[in-house]
Design a protein around this ligand. Structure first.
Ligand code: ADP
Length: 312
C-alpha cells in the first residue's frame, strides 16, 4: 500500500541524497588492520534528501524527490521504501555501473561510532538532472535542499526555484569547510551549531552567540535564519529582524541522527502552509524532538499526529 497526500496539501520538492545506512554493531570498534566479530547488521534507508522527503510526506505534504540511485540491489530497496511513503520519484533516475549511496556505520557498545560514506550515485546528480525537472520545481510551494549532492546541482535547483517564486530552504549539512557564499542566497537557512559556526566564524556556545550568528547569516544573504541547538531547541531571526529562542520539547533522546532532517522537513511544511518563521520553527522543534526519541533515520520520521500530540 502507498500513502498519498490529499489535494491542496503543501507541495514540496526535495533535491538531495538517497543512502542505505549499514549499521554494524560490535562490542568495540576495530583498530586499523584488525578483524572483529560483530553482533548485528541492520540495513536502514537514509540519506539527508530521502530522509527529508519521507519526513515531509509523513507530515502530510505532496512530495517529489530529485536524486539518483545506483543500479544495485540497494537502489531497488531504497526506491521501494520511498514509493511506500507516496513520494513521487519521476526525478529519481538510476546511474548505470554505479553503486547507490551507502553509509557504513560502526557502533560500539559505548555508543561511540565511526562512519564511512560512499556517495555513489548521489555524486552523479548533475544540474541537468534538476533542469529536466524544471516544471516540477516551478509548481511547488517549497524547495528543500541539503549538501550531500554536488554543490553546482544545489545551486542550479535554487536558481530555478528563485525564478519561479518558490520558497528555498537550505539545510547546509553535512558541514563543509568552505561554503560557497552564493549558497546563502536563500529564503531560509537552517544550520545546526557546527554548520552555523563554519558559515559565520562565530563559535556557538550560548543562545546569545547563536543570535549573533543568525544576524551574521542574514548579513551574508539568507532572508531568514533558524539555528538548531540540539536539546537546547533553536533560535530564529525572521526577515524583519524579529528574533527569539524556541525552547526544546522535553523528551528522552534515543538517537538524534535524523533530528535535523525531521526539523528541516517540518519547517518546510509549516512555511508552505503559511505559518510564520516562529510558528514553523516551533512545529519543527516538535518534529525534531519526536525523531530524537526513535532509532533509525527514515523509520524515525514522525507523523503529523505524533507532532501534534507533542505540541498539545
Ligand atoms: P542536527 O541533527 O542537524 O545536528 P539538532 O541536533 O540541532 O540537528 O536537532 C534538530 C532539532 O531537533 C533541535 O533544534 C531540537 O528542536 C530537536 N531536538 C534534537 N535533539 C533533541 C533532544 N535531545 N531533545 C529535544 N529536542 C531535540
Amino acid at each position: 500500500m502507498t500513502n498519498s497526500a490529499p489535494q491542496n496539501s503543501p507541495r514540496i520538492v526535495v533535491v538531495g541524497s538517497i543512502n542505505m545506512d549499514l549499521v554494524v554493531r560490535s562490542a568495540r570498534l576495530p583498530a586499523p588492520g584488525e578483524t572483529l566479530i560483530g553482533n548485528s547488521l541492520s540495513e536502514i534507508p537514509g540519506g539527508k534528501g530521502a530522509n527529508q522527503a519521507v519526513g515531509a510526506a509523513r507530515l502530510g505534504a505532496d512530495v517529489s524527490l530529485i536524486g539518483r540511485l545506483g543500479d544495485d540491489g540497494f537502489g531497488d530497496t531504497l526506491r521501494r521504501a520511498l514509493v511506500v511513503e507516496g513520494i513521487q520519484l519521476d526525478g529519481v533516475e538510476r546511474t548505470r555501473k554505479c553503486c547507490s549511496g551507502v553509509a557504513i556505520i560502526g557502533v560500539e557498545d559505548s555508543g561511540q561510532n565511526c562512519i564511512t560514506v560512499v556517495p555513489g550515485a548521489n555524486g552523479r546528480l548533475m544540474p541537468a538532472d534538476v533542469q529536466k525537472q524544471a516544471q516540477a520545481i516551478a509548481r511547488v510551494d517549497v524547495l528543500l535542499l541539503q549538501l550531500e549532492v554536488p554543490i553546482p546541482t544545489v545551486l542550479a535547483a535554487m536558481e530555478l526555484a528563485r525564478t519561479n517564486d518558490v520558497v528555498t530552504i537550505l539545510d547546509p549539512a553535512p558541514a563543509i569547510r568552505d561554503y560557497p557564499p552564493e549558497l546563502l542566497n536563500v529564503d531560509v537557512v537552517c544550520p545546526n551549531e557546527s554548520e552555523a559556526a563554519l558559515l559565520t566564524g562565530i563559535e556557538i556556545t550560548t543562545t546569545e552567540s547563536a543570535h549573533r550568528a543568525a544576524e551574521k547569516l542574514q548579513q551574508l544573504g539568507a532572508r531568514q535564519v533558524v539555528i538548531t541547538l540540539g536539546d537546547k531547541g533553536a533560535v530564529f531571526r525572521d526577515a524583519s529582524g524579529h528574533t527569539g529562542h524556541l525552547t526544546p520539547f522535553p523528551v528522552t533522546a534515543v538517537d538524534t541522527t535524523a533530528a535535523g532532517d525531521a526539523f528541516a522537513a517540518a519547517l518546510g511544511i509549516r512555511l508552505a502552509e503559511g505559518g510564520s518563521l516562529q510558528d514553523a520553527g516551533r512545529f519543527a522543534c516538535a518534529a525534531g524532538a519526536v525523531a530524537a526519541t526513535r532509532k533509525g533515520a527514515q523509520p524515525g520520521m514522525p507523523s503529523r499526529e505524533d507532532v501534534n500530540e507533542l505540541l498539545n
